[in-house]
Design a protein around this ligand. Structure first.
Ligand SMILES: [Zn+2]
Length: 260
């Protein structure tokens, strides 16, 4: 039951409809798409902004936290008057103001093993904007299990990395890193700092990957390679990532039992 775009939608999205790789049909795919953003922080903010602006029909946003003053340097969905408000609520206000066509579904909870399946099952693509390794591995494993493509990203200080995973087709996050690092090796934003614009670059790449995937521009997706961004040197490089047949998440069952 695909309906045509309205005159207003054609005008709103005209600059991306003009792009030869996109066009009106792609815009209809975006309007019918459902994307889940996990984390309304430094990565989730720019990703959600551009996905809402691009006309994604349904945007789910998961985050248990409330807006704090120290978030505002990078979490651009939220403004000073939002301090103390749930991030998902603040996100919904901001995104609806930008584009009332988008149905923003707020989940003011931590994405955890108890709710991950139920929340994620409804979505076609996931943007991992989380800041903990535990959540990153959970997102990977649930996405592989449910067959949902997703964009991974991580940021620290003046560096970031990102990779897109298509279950059953490309290497997953667990093919690259088998398990979370020990706690003493973990650098996170809270402990080590982050430049807001670095998070912005990575979150924007994630939004681009989501749009490409949802509109069928699959050949150039960031799959089977990890893109590393070094803002201090202002260099991007990518490292090939191979699918691991023994991967605990996406490896084939025969290899898994052979290795057990
Ligand atoms: Zn894997």
């Amino acid at each position: 039951m695909t309906t045509r775009l309205t005159t207003e939608q054609i005008e709103r999205y005209s600059r991306q409809i003009m792009v030869p790789d996109l066009g009106g049909r792609a815009q209809m795919h975006l309007r019918d798409a459902r994307v889940l953003i996990i984390g309304a922080g430094g990565l989730g903010s720019p990703a959600a902004f551009y996905l809402a602006a691009a006309g994604i029909g349904t945007l789910g946003i998961v985050d248990p936290d409330k807006v704090e003053l120290s978030n505002l340097q990078r979490q651009i969905l939220h403004a000073t008057p939002d301090i103390g408000r749930h991030k998902v609520e603040s996100a919904k206000i901001t995104l609806t103001r930008l584009n009332p066509d988008v149905d923003v579904k707020p989940y003011p909870v931590r994405f955890d093993p108890g709710n991950a399946h139920e929340i994620a099952a409804d979505y076609k693509f996931i943007v991992d904007g989380s800041d903990s390794f535990e959540t990153k591995f959970l997102i990977n494993d649930i996405a592989i299990k449910l067959g949902i493509a997703f964009s991974h990203a991580g940021i620290v200080r003046l560096q970031g990395q990102t990779m897109t995973v298509i279950p059953g087709k490309s290497a997953c996050y667990r093919c690259l890193f088998q398990a979370p690092p020990p706690p003493e090796e973990i650098l996170n934003c809270q402990a080590s700092g982050i430049l807001g614009a670095v998070a912005g670059t990575l979150g924007t790449i994630q939004a681009t990957e989501a749009v490409k995937f949802l509109t069928g521009i699959e050949e150039g997706l960031l799959t089977d390679r990890l893109l590393i961004y070094d803002a201090k040197q202002m260099r991007f490089r990518d490292v090939a990532v191979q699918r691991d047949p023994y991967c605990a998440s996406c490896g084939d069952p025969a290899s898994k039992s052979a290795s057990a």
